[in-house]
Design a binder for this molecule. Structure first.
Ligand code: ADE
Ligand code: ZN
Length: 340
């Protein structure tokens, strides 16, 4: 159904709002065309005959059905230059969507388990972050994620391997298959990460129950919750998240594609905003879920009939939740004010 004139005007305006993206897996920004180009460059065999055949496989029924394809796609990444090229392709898209600050997740275990050295991964991504600043004035930070379907020992080894690159990281996170892998499994590695001065976040309450969000807060002491949409099932949890202003990095198109919500019109974001939660909009794995930042904003605004006031709240929340010093935050908020 075409959008009303009022919605078309609103969408035009929200495209130009400066924003921070706080939940985006860089391996999830690998477009099929780049997967095939890197497969050719690195002589990696793919189980799909063509770009079209790969894209046709993007019909997911839940998180795991997506992760299986996502890890297969990441198998083409071998060298520093591959990680650099992947990240630069994302930054170009982010810039087009007026993303001025982005905090990028990456999954080193997906690569080190295939024999790729940590330095190839982090140096390639870090070099792209520097070039994104120089080319597009985007502030890009790196968050190393531990894969929760693997053991805590593997996460501890990963943290140890990343220690020489500590200065290139802003924080650590927790991702991959949620159900059956509660946050408490990673208490030690998160405590060690905090001791290193790293900021801490975790996926929780995407497919997993509200109890996982409580654990992420109490056992891992996270500063933000990634997804967290299932918090609405627990009023005491919502009250705590609101009172402590714990940001939630919500990913609407991801929730739709992974069947967390049956229809965007039933997406919980509006209820989360009405409950006074510090919710933000993000793209998660944009190459797989049908769109980058502005596509997520536009589809969500249209489906939930959000307003310009909501847009300002969401953009403000993204800057409030960003891992930056207060002077940088003030600068971002001034840019937001100037956009009106
Ligand atoms: N890794 C990449 N995308 C993810 C998601 N939506 N949830 C958990 N792990 C992920
Ligand atoms: Zn995610």
């Amino acid at each position: 159904m075409p959008y009303s004139l009022a919605m078309q005007t609103l969408i035009q305006n929200i495209r130009n709002i400066p924003k921070a993206e706080l939940h985006m897996h860089i391996e999830g920004s690998l477009e099929p065309e780049l997967i095939f180009a890197l497969a050719k460059r690195n002589q990696v065999a793919l189980p799909y005959a063509s770009v079209e055949a790969l894209r046709a496989a993007y019909a997911f029924t839940n998180l795991q059905s997506f992760l299986d394809i996502y890890y297969a796609g990441a198998s083409v990444l071998l060298h520093e230059q591959d990680f650099y090229d992947m990240a630069m392709a994302y930054f170009e898209r982010a810039h087009a969507d007026n993303v001025i600050h982005t905090e990028i997740f990456f999954d080193p275990q997906t690569h080190t388990e295939r024999g790729v050295a940590m330095n190839e991964v982090i140096n390639g991504l870090h070099r792209a972050c520097l070039d994104a600043k120089a080319k597009w004035d985007i502030n890009a930070l790196l968050i190393l994620c531990f894969l929760r379907h693997l053991s805590e020992e593997s996460a501890l080894e990963t943290l140890e391997a990343a220690r020489p690159y500590r200065d290139k990281l802003i924080g650590v996170g927790l991702d991959s298959s949620e159900v059956g892998h509660p946050p408490e499994k990673f208490s030690r590695v998160f405590a060690m990460s905090r001791d290193l001065g790293l900021r801490v976040v975790a996926h929780a309450g995407e497919e997993g129950p509200p109890a996982y969000i409580w654990q992420a807060l109490d056992d891992l002491k996270v500063e933000r919750i990634d997804h967290g949409v299932r918090c609405l099932e627990d009023p005491a949890l919502v009250a705590r998240l609101a009172k402590e202003r714990i940001p939630l990095t919500v990913c609407p198109l991801s929730n739709l594609k992974l069947c967390v919500t049956p229809d965007l019109r039933q997406h919980p974001l509006k209820k989360m905003l009405n409950a006074g939660l510090c919710a933000t909009i993000n793209s998660d794995d944009p190459a797989y879920f049908g769109g980058y930042m502005n596509a997520n904003w536009e589809a969500t605004f249209a489906a939930l009939d959000l307003t310009m006031e909501d847009a300002v709240t969401l953009a403000r929340n993204s800057f409030e939740a960003a891992f930056v010093d207060e002077a940088t935050r003030t600068g971002y908020l001034a840019k937001l004010d100037a956009a009106f």
